[in-house]
Design a protein. Sequence first.
Length: 355
Amino acid sequence: MVNTVLGRISANKMGATMAHEHCFMDSDVLLHVKPEDVPKRFAHLFYEPVSIANLDEVKRAARYCVDNGNNDNFAERVQELNAFKAAGGGTVVDVTVAAYGRDNHVHKLPQVSKISGVNIVAATGHMFEATHPPRIKEQTAEQVAQDFIKEITEGIMETGIKAGVIKTALSPNRFTDADKKIIKAAAIAQKETGVPMTTHTWGDRPGKWPGFKVIEMLQRNDVDPKKFYMSHIEWTERLEENWGVPIRAAATGVYLCIDNFGRDFPYGSAVNEHGYIGCQTDVDRVKLIKRLIAEGYEDMIVVGHDSAYKVQKLAYGGPGLGHILNSVPNLFKHLGINQRYFKKITVHNPQKLFS
């Protein structure tokens, strides 16, 4: 059974599922980027609202525009979920945690779920160390785990909405003791409750991707790899040739989440310290899927859009939450991938992960 914001459902009722999304989000998480850290050519964007006049620039500098991370419009969220439903969608896994504004908006999730007819799975957990609430420093991993378990078994705050996924994250280019505490807490909560957990990683320096350290921690803590998925795995494209990191990760038995579909524009082109020009394209992502299938890992792939920014939304000219279901089957055809794998990745694999 799966915890959704409207109650528990059988995993076989999930339908086509996006494993990494954000329904509502506040920009607070972006504020760890200070105005003085913004490249001069993008400095004017920091406090500008997203508009048609700056849309292209914001796409090139997503993290440098505070308003780009403000996704609190109820009507826009209904529009996105309606588009997802119309495309054949069934379930959205909302991995928004408190640092992203979850507590300000979680009460809206049952409303948009009812209106759209889309199942929504809410999250417990924490992001990377810079976003942790002060109490984390004083808590043990076991105490943090009890916070997670309470939100899964009793509900988030006083809403009665029970979390159905545990979200964790690593700091950019390092795996801090605080991050490790959260991973250990999530492992404890996962084993206690049975809900899946996921970890956000970055496109870190070649040879330094910390995702393998997370997997090692999970192995030491006896977490079933089939209850864990590594988010943003496509961000590792430039760390080893020919998608070496995802192949090595898949060999450990964990699920891989390819979840930036629709970000074909040059996200992050202003952040170039590791040689990154921008985000991968959807063709790159489908090539990764093709490689994983060829290596025998078709049962370990889930997908999403990571719909965190305004410029991804329909209301701002973005591809919207129906993008994968509407557009990616054509890329499968173009790259010679049998369509049965698309259904496996969007329907059957998430069912197994969340069952």
